[in-house]
Design a protein around this ligand. Structure first.
Ligand SMILES: Nc1ncnc2c1ncn2[C@@H]1O[C@H](COP(=O)(O)OP(=O)(O)OP(=O)(O)O)[C@@H](O)[C@H]1O
Length: 331
């Protein structure tokens, strides 16, 4: 699909009015408290827990993600954001998962479908795909081969289709066409036959995003899309994310870059020590006392070394915000 072509709406969202301002106006009326109900949630999470030994990495009581919005999930290092992503997309299982005998009561509903112990490929088929903090482009495969892995109607996966060449050949052609359209859109078409390992860090991020879109998901979950991306590609990534939302894809992303969070998100969810501690509009939530305490509290007894540079930037961003707010109030 070229940038000028009308985008195909995901079928799951055909009734959603993709009007950003109307959506934002709706969100502005919501109470800014953890677990607040959304007008039209695509994802609703109930009581999901993940413990590693004696440590609770995730303990989310209730969270709703608004359909058609860009929601940022932020929080200090170790807050549980990636683990939460892993649980929701079936890359990990909750410690309180429902089992036949015993087990807990973790449950989440995606697009009207109840998920409990769903595997990653089932989650992707349900319309929920994710990217990873460290890009997972398969470096010894070409860019096109990487894209084809992202298609969820791979002919070889289906035992009934695989023996019938005309059927799978048609699907293969369809997938290649879609891959080419997406690569054009992400300006990677010239690299189609290159090895993925030869792409720059930023291009690998774009490839991962493009690959995730091969299955035309209703929701894309991006884990730190900006990490390691050079400034030249930053704007292009931001534009792509906004374009996805404008086409009706729900976006949930984890990010440490506060500029990006403020710039593109419609709603912000804040995690600390595994729990959702705040939710709200990007312009206000980051100045809430609970959020400031979570960021500063997580590090008050710690020497911030070089490897904590990202985190330090987050803290600085929040401190600047507070200073600006105090200055404004004193005027
Ligand atoms: N496989 C694992 N085994 C043991 N502990 C784990 C495992 N995965 C995550 N943890 C721990 O769970 C907690 C939450 O980690 P997680 O990576 O989800 O946080 P995060 O908010 O994504 O952090 P960051 O912003 O640094 O990526 C951390 O204390 C981490 O050390």
């Amino acid at each position: 699909m070229s940038e000028t072509q009308a985008p195909a709406k995901p079928p799951a969202d055909e009734n959603y009015p993709y009007d950003r301002e109307a959506l934002r106006a709706q969100l502005r009326t919501l109470e800014q408290t953890p677990g607040v109900s959304k007008p039209d949630p695509i994802l609703t999470v109930e009581r999901i827990e993940r413990r590693f030994g004696g440590m609770t990495a995730v303990n989310v009581e209730h969270l709703e993600v608004q359909r058609g919005a860009i929601t940022a999930l932020i929080g200090p290092n170790g807050a549980g954001k990636t683990t939460f992503f892993n649980l929701i997309t079936g890359f990990d299982q909750p410690s309180n998962a429902k089992r036949l005998i015993g087990g807990g009561d973790a449950q989440w509903t995606f697009n009207g479908r109840t998920m409990r112990r769903t595997g990653a490929s089932q989650a992707a088929r349900a319309g929920m795909v994710r990217t990873f903090q460290l890009t997972k482009a398969l470096s010894r495969m070409t860019v096109l081969q990487n894209m084809l892995i992202g298609a969820n109607n791979q002919p070889g996966e289906n035992l009934f289709v695989a023996p019938f060449k005309p059927l799978w050949a048609a699907r293969e052609r369809e997938n290649i066409e879609r891959a080419k359209d997406l690569l054009t859109r992400f300006k990677l078409d010239a690299k189609i036959d290159d090895m993925a390992g030869d792409l720059s860090g930023g291009q690998k991020k774009l490839l991962e995003m493009a690959r995730a879109l091969m299955s035309n998901p209703a929701m894309i979950m991006l884990d730190e899309p900006m990490a390691g991306v050079n400034p030249a590609l930053t704007q292009s990534l931001l534009d792509h994310i906004q374009a996805l939302r404008d086409e009706g894809t729900t976006v949930l992303f984890v990010e440490h870059d506060m500029h990006m969070v403020r710039h593109i998100s419609d709603w912000v969810v804040v995690m600390a020590q595994g729990e959702i501690i705040a939710e709200g509009l990007p312009e206000t939530v980051m100045t809430s006392q609970a959020v400031v305490d979570a960021y500063l509290g997580a590090h008050h007894d710690k020497d911030l070394g070089d490897d904590e540079a990202i985190n330090t930037a987050v803290i600085r961003a929040i401190e600047t915000e507070i200073a600006e707010e105090v200055e404004e109030e004193s005027r």
